[in-house]
Design a protein around this ligand. Structure first.
Ligand SMILES: [Zn+2]
Length: 441
């Protein structure tokens, strides 16, 4: 058995060595491939390569990590990231740090902001019956005198004409909503000598309204429900007490700006608003847009450093596009080839919305049809930060995932974001940047 055993050992021995060599070879190949993957992919320099690689370099995991960071910021700051609050300041710090880590030198771009805060809103009918009268101050309403305003209520039509107001001096004018701006109703009531104004709704319930301008009214003005308004209008000598404590003051906020090229000849501006509404953390609106722009900035550094893009994170969009309006005044339109806007990219939608300049929209619709996604051209009018750029004559375009149930509510959190939509739209956003940004080097 000796030789036999030797012989019988030798043959599997050679096979074993060959097997080990094959494993080593495989491991070598695998290690090389791993090393290549671990390194930054080599930057693309042609338009075709950039258009292919930039969308592929977008990571949903990183976008979600940014969204969770923004949600934590809101949770630690009274549930909001609204302009003028510590939650907005912390959001700016977070994005600025992320941009620095990616190799950018982000700049704060300050703009003036009127902050309006409501501290007390209380109403009560005193006569002929006593009951609570729920009311909401219109945005920029002055406060009532200390201790509140208690006065007879005088029905005054819709308040759009001076003739609507009879003897209201020192009293509360009651007007119906509609037909003219609230500021007009307030001005007419004030001119007639009224001490305050109640505007009742034409639909059920109370509404959210704004005077549009901090100086529009010198007297307090609040919204009440339709039913309450009709009852007051029909009552004889109704008396109401309204207590508003509001604060309107001049403040400052910031946009955050980062350039991919130090001295761009031409550039594409790519932006998203970073502020939320006051009642919620604003994760779909618009953490999704801001995190997508941030992730495109990271990816561009790695795979398309030759693209000339200015990344912008706007403040105070929710207060009326205030940050983007201020910024659009400072640019020279001839240098800007276009503005891409990303606002609400994570709604549970299966038909994605593309808006803006036909040239951009056509390219984007082509991209969606190639990726097998349902998309259509929509019109969101001037409802986001592209509007001030349109006014400067700059071609604009953007993506919108659609309406969703947590819009402008406290439940607008990471859990309510549709990840499939977000991944599709973040890729599409990157495609847009790769396709439309000037290639400088
Ligand atoms: Zn928004």
């Amino acid at each position: 058995m000796g030789p036999g055993r030797t012989a019988s050992r030798r043959a599997p021995g050679w096979r074993f060595i060959a097997f080990v060599l094959a494993l080593v070879a495989l491991a070598f190949v695998a290690t090389r491939a791993g090393a290549a993957d671990a390194q930054a992919p080599s930057p693309a320099t042609t338009r075709t390569a950039i258009v292919r690689q930039l969308p592929q370099a977008i990571s949903l995991a990183r976008v979600l990590r940014d969204l969770r960071a923004l949600e934590r910021i809101a949770d630690r700051n009274a549930g909001t990231r609204a302009a003028g609050t510590p939650g907005y300041a912390a959001s700016v710090r977070y994005v600025r740090d992320q941009l620095r880590r990616a190799g950018y030198r982000p700049q704060l771009s300050p703009f003036p902001l009127v902050l309006y805060i409501e501290r007390v809103e209380r109403g009560r009918q005193i006569a002929p019956v006593q009951r609570d009268l729920p009311l909401e101050a219109l945005q920029y309403s002055p406060s009532t005198p200390a201790g509140g305003l208690r006065a007879r209520v005088v029905a005054s039509g819709d308040g759009c004409s001076r003739d609507d107001f009879g003897a209201v001096r020192g009293l509360i004018a009651l007007v119906e909503r509609g037909d003219c701006f609230f500021a007009q109703k307030a001005a007419n009531a004030q001119a007639a000598g009224a001490a305050g104004v109640l505007v009742y709704n034409t639909d059920e319930g109370i509404f959210d309204g704004t005077l549009g301008d901090p100086k529009a009214s010198g007297i307090p003005i609040a919204a009440i429900a339709r039913a309450a308004g009709r009852e007051l209008a029909a009552a004889s000598d109704p008396v109401v007490e309204m207590v508003l404590e509001t604060d309107t003051r001049q403040s400052m906020s910031q946009n955050l700006i980062a350039n991919a090229q130090p001295h761009p000849r031409k550039l594409l501006i790519v932006g998203a608003h970073l502020d939320s509404v006051t009642v919620g953390p604003g994760i779909n609106d618009n953490g999704t847009g801001a995190a997508t722009v941030l992730e495109i900035a990271r990816a561009l550094r790695k795979v398309a450093p030759g693209l000339s893009v200015r990344f912008a994170f706007w403040g105070a969009e929710e207060l009326g596009l205030i940050g983007s309006r201020a910024y659009a005044q400072t640019i020279s339109p001839s240098q800007v080839v276009g503005y891409l806007n990303f606002d609400v990219l994570g709604s549970p939608s299966r038909r994605y919305g593309v808006y803006g300049d036909t040239r951009f929209v056509t390219r984007w619709l082509g991209y969606f049809s190639r990726t097998g996604a349902a998309a259509s051209a929509i019109d969101i009018e001037g409802r986001s930060d592209h509007a001030p750029f349109t006014l400067r004559g700059i071609p604009v375009a953007g993506l919108f995932a659609g309406d969703y149930s947590c819009y402008h509510r406290a439940c607008d959190r990471v859990a309510s974001v549709d990840q499939r939509t977000l991944e599709a739209l973040a890729g599409a956003a990157a495609f847009g940047v790769a396709s439309f940004a000037p290639l400088e080097r």
